[in-house]
Design a protein around this ligand. Sequence first.
Ligand SMILES: Nc1ncnc2c1ncn2[C@@H]1O[C@H](COP(=O)(O)OP(=O)(O)OP(=O)(O)O)[C@@H](O)[C@H]1O
Ligand SMILES: [Mg+2]
Length: 475
Amino acid sequence: MTDTTKHLLIVEDESALRAAIAAQLTHRGYDVQEAGSGEDAVARLAEFAFDIIITDLRLPGIDGSAVVEAAVGRYPDIIAIVVTGYGTVKDAVEAIKRGAWDFVSKPFQIDELLHALDSAIEQRRLKSENAYLRAQLEERYRFEGIIGKSRPMTRLFQLLETVAPTNSTILITGETGTGKEVVARAIHHNGPRRMHRFVALNCSAIPETLLEAELFGHVRGAFTGASGNRQGRLEQAHKGTLFLDEVGTMSPALQMKLLRVLQEREFERVGDSHTTKVDVRVIAATNSDLGRMVAEGSFREDLFYRLNVIPVHLPPLRDRKDDIPLLVRHFLDKVVAQAVAAQDSTMRSAPRLQLSVSQEAMRRLMAYHWPGNVRQLENAIERAVAFAANRPQIDIGDLPPEIQEARETAVSVALATGVSLPEEGMDLDAFISGIERDLIRRSLERTNGNKGQAARLLGLKRTTLVEKLKRLEKQ
Ligand SMILES: Nc1ncnc2c1ncn2[C@@H]1O[C@H](COP(=O)(O)OP(=O)(O)OP(=O)(O)O)[C@@H](O)[C@H]1O
Ligand SMILES: [Mg+2]
């Protein structure tokens, strides 16, 4: 289903004027949200991919030009129209420099605004503009290749800047696809060991019996098939960084040997009596809860503390969805760059170099819960580019089916709009049961449908949860 309703944000501090414009636009079929300040507008933009923003220039706090800049910076395809007061045409020019499409001067007739909107929508349909965001993206590359300017990512960059120059052991945690390996490499490449090797070893990809030899190396005849002496990954990483991925899957015996490496910086090759000294920085990663494994006795507590000197946690993508537009832009550029590098003639035609994503598709991308995180987003974009064939703009139909079906949920809408009481009033019961339904669904998702665990997550009795489910199903 294609929803052609245009989603519009109106930013105006005079509430009566704002309500009047909103009412008119709603009447003309726009889906309108209102913001009473620049701060409010910026917060809403972080959560929702509006098609159009209409903003007063003179606002207390963050002014209209800055709102426009924030809007266009995040969504290059958004249409921004500014409303100027008497004698502020110079400011309007400034707003246009910052990415506004057009301006209307106060006082205006609603038809003037509608006309400006119609012509902007039409012209925008013909022109796809994304140079602005690309420039901004480049500016944000503090750690090359790691995209993000959400609060959790900004905090992560600060932490990485502090820890990269040191030699401390780091434990990176996070769900699958959140970028643990990218971050490990970035730490290496921004630290004093960058001139030496970054050696990765995925502990879960190698059978237990071979892992020890892989890590420590072996001497000739150490085991059947060990025909010569061989260096392990640890020695290969000498003076550089050893990245131990999925460290939670290591056997107890190996955990002990790794502990010794961390404490003494020495080890023996398998089958060797000679002790080898090594200078490595260790970065470990896991998507399991090592703290819990320690409590359950499946991971050594002393090793956990040795690894967890500096914990770096990567938040799931659903908790930083304001990074999604940037990541989408990044992956689109990557697909195009790869195609150009591969001399793919179909991709070299001009329009393909200007790939963009429709705001509607962007809304679905932002509403989806991304269990596979950034990797899943990257795959979805690659697939969408292939589906879009020669069209320059990716649309809903090009997205994988589960993402096409992603809908704004009551919780995400509440987050996006703030829990505010709209001028026209609201249906409180429907709002509350929407939120209840969302949170119950999320708790069931997180516990793979286990009602007992889901009830516990919500502080409910199991029977209460079951009753609520029955009632919500009827609604
Ligand atoms: N912040 C980011 N910016 C750009 N690309 C990213 C970012 N985070 C992850 N990626 C990309 O997503 C993919 C998955 O990242 P990575 O392999 O680092 O995840 P992971 O946490 O190690 O996952 P797993 O636990 O499944 O091994 C990679 O292609 C990576 O380049
Ligand atoms: Mg990984």
